[in-house]
Each structure stands twice: as C-alpha cells, then as structure tokens.
Design a protein around this ligand. Structure first.
Ligand SMILES: Cc1cc2nc3c(=O)[nH]c(=O)nc-3n(C[C@H](O)[C@H](O)[C@H](O)COP(=O)(O)OP(=O)(O)OC[C@H]3O[C@@H](n4cnc5c(N)ncnc54)[C@H](O)[C@@H]3O)c2cc1C
Length: 315
C-alpha cells in the first residue's frame, strides 16, 4: 500500500477545494498524511480528520514564509523522508511546481507536473500538447512527486473521521535562500481564484477594452474572470487573469469564452475544461472546433442576455 504525503501551504482558517481534492486522491492511493506549512487552525484540523488524515506534520521552523520556496522544499523533502512517503502530492500552482521540483531533487524522486489523474499503482495521467493528447507516465524512482491540477477529483470525506496527531519535522538549514523583505496585499476581487474556479468566464480582443459584460456574467454565475493574452497585453485586465500557454492553466467544469479566437496558446490553458461554451461573431473562428456549445453572435448582445436570464432564474 502506498504511503502518500500531501503538501498544504498556509491554508488559513479553511481548506481550499483543491486541497480537499488532493486529500481525496491521496486516500484513494494509500495511507495519507499531510505536511502543513503555516498554523494548524482548529477548523482545518477538523477538515483533515473528516478527510481521514491521521497525521499532520508541521515544520520545526516558523519562518519558512520569510523566504521564497527553498526552505519549504527542504521541509517537504524532510517530511516525506520522516513519513516514509513514496507518493508526494502538491497543487499545480507555479509555486507548487517549484517546490515539487526542488523537493524532487532532494528526494531523488521523479517529478510529474500537470497531472489530471493517478492510478492505484502511481501511474500519472496528463493532458498534453494543448489538450490534444492524454499521456500516462510513471516515475521509475522509489518516490514520485506529483503536482495535480484542480477540478479533476470530486472531494469526498472519509467514511469515518480519523483521530489527528501532529508530528514536528526538523527543517534542514538552507543556504542562500532569497529572503522576502516586503509584502503588499492584493486587492481582493471577491471572485473565486481562477485556477480553482468551477466556472470561468473569459474575454478576449473582441471585448474591445470593456470587460463589463464578462464580469457581470461571471458574477451572476459565481465564476472567475479569465482573459486571452491579447486582452491582458492591451492592459484591459491584469496579467493574473491570462489563461493559456504563458498564463494560467484552468480545468473548470464550465469555461465560457467570449470574443476569443481560440489560438493554440489559449487552448493550451483551457482545453481540459469539462464543458466549453464559445461566443464569437465569426462562425469560422477556430474556437468553435473545441467548443461543446457555440453561439455565433455579438458578445455585447449575447452576454447581457445570458446574465439577465441567469439572474431571473436564480430569482
Ligand atoms: C509564445 C506565445 C505565447 C502565447 N501565450 C498565450 C497565452 O497564454 N494565452 C493566450 O490567450 N494567448 C497567448 N498567445 C497569443 C495567441 O497566439 C493569440 O494571439 C491570442 O490568444 C489572441 O487573443 P484573442 O483570441 O483575444 O484575440 P484575436 O485572435 O484577435 O481574436 C478575437 C476574436 O474576437 C472575435 N470578436 C471580435 N468582436 C467580437 C464581438 N463583438 N462579439 C463576439 N466576438 C467578437 C473575433 O471574431 C475573433 O475571433 C501567445 C502567443 C505566443 C507567440
């Protein structure tokens, strides 16, 4: 039976859905423990127990967040060694991937990123080349480190809650780690995080600078707002919202694309969405090749109608 370690970084007072997905996946693969960085809040401890986690490892040092990722990777590798883990799971964020890579070196482990599913024997499945192919790969090393894309596992609590114990892990000293000297709070949009969101409404050059219709539809659906590179490069919306090869990779249940042509670099970031709805005034636009539902029309007519209808139905 596999021994699985899930890395969770600074959850605050509640676990993100993507963390619950990792816990559910871990449990399906074997005996699962958590390596936590940050404070273990009571509500988070209760969620761990609910998801069948018996052991939470905590770092001996409290200053891991004062540095970039190197000390976190050192801690995770030490925690994996202490827990005897042969599968380490992390989220697929840029930071998760960097921690995975650094921990992988320390553990002499194979590292697989962009994973969408894992078989019982540790074989990882990936969606590659802009979602055109699915591949299966397995690390040939005793330990494998996998970063898993959000929204590919349905979070399910354990049949019976576990009794939780905490264990301290000595964090090895890391030299030359870049220290963080200042932090600036980002203004919260009140919308879900783009990479975690179940629904994404994304806009492109067709918006001609006005993201209003996209934002209104997103808010009616409780969705995150995404964008093509043309829209972010034009400065119409922050670069954080860019979806694609050089932006974020999203895998929501529903991706609504408005005024986006569907270039290969855009597809690379969203083609694994479960359902794709495209709104474009050009019936020949390549976006319709990957859309499950297509609407040929002016987004400034279509989106407000959809928003109004959704609001009406929600009462
Ligand atoms: C190395 C590299 C990396 C890249 N990385 C990314 C990336 O990460 N993400 C990304 O998105 N792109 C990326 N690109 C850019 C990519 O090639 C495209 O240029 C870009 O995606 C185009 O954005 P767009 O679809 O919004 O604009 P366009 O291709 O100009 O398409 C606009 C679309 O809007 C439609 N439209 C116009 N007006 C309306 C209207 N009123 N109603 C409905 N439809 C309308 C048009 O018919 C058209 O299909 C990258 C390119 C390179 C070379």
């Amino acid at each position: 039976m596999a021994k699985v370690l899930v890395f969770i970084d600074n959850p605050g007072t509640s676990l993100k859905k993507s963390s619950l997905e990792l816990l559910t996946l871990g449990r399906a693969l074997g005996e699962t423990a958590v390596a936590l960085n940050g404070k273990l809040h009571d509500d988070v401890a209760a969620a761990f127990a609910e998801y069948g986690i018996g052991t939470v490892l905590l770092p001996s040092a409290e200053d891991l967040d004062d540095f970039l990722v190197a000390p976190k990777a050192a801690y995770l590798a030490a925690a994996a060694g202490q827990a005897g883990a042969n599968i380490v799971l992390l989220d697929n964020s840029p930071e998760g991937k960097e921690i995975a890579a650094r921990a992988g070196i320390r553990l002499n482990a194979g590292v697989i990123t962009d994973v969408v599913a894992v078989d019982a024997d540790g074989t990882a499945h990936k969606s590659v080349l802009a979602g055109s192919y699915n591949t299966a790969c397995k690390a040939g090393t005793p330990v494998s480190v996998l970063t898993v894309k959000a929204n590919n596992v349905v979070p399910v609590p354990a049949a019976a809650p576990a009794a939780l114990e905490t264990v301290t892990v000595d964090v090895p000293a890391v030299s030359a780690a870049a220290r963080i000297t200042a932090r600036e709070q980002k203004v919260a949009s009140g919308r879900p995080d783009l990479t975690d969101a179940r629904i994404v409404v994304a806009g492109g050059r067709g918006l001609d600078g006005d993201f209003g219709p996209v934002e209104e539809l997103a808010d009616a659906l409780g969705a995150a707002v995404g964008a093509s590179r043309a829209a972010t490069d034009a400065g119409w919306i922050s670069h954080d919202a860019q979806v694609g090869q050089t932006g974020k990779t999203v895998s929501p249940q529903l991706y609504i694309s408005a005024g986006i042509s569907g270039a290969i670099q855009q597809k690379a970031g969203m083609q694994t969405a479960k359902v794709i709805v495209a709104v474009n005034k050009d019936a020949e636009s390549p976006v319709f090749e990957i859309a499950d539902f297509g609407i040929v029309g002016d987004l400034f007519d279509v989106l407000p109608q959809a928003t109004a209808e959704i609001k009406k139905r929600k009462g």
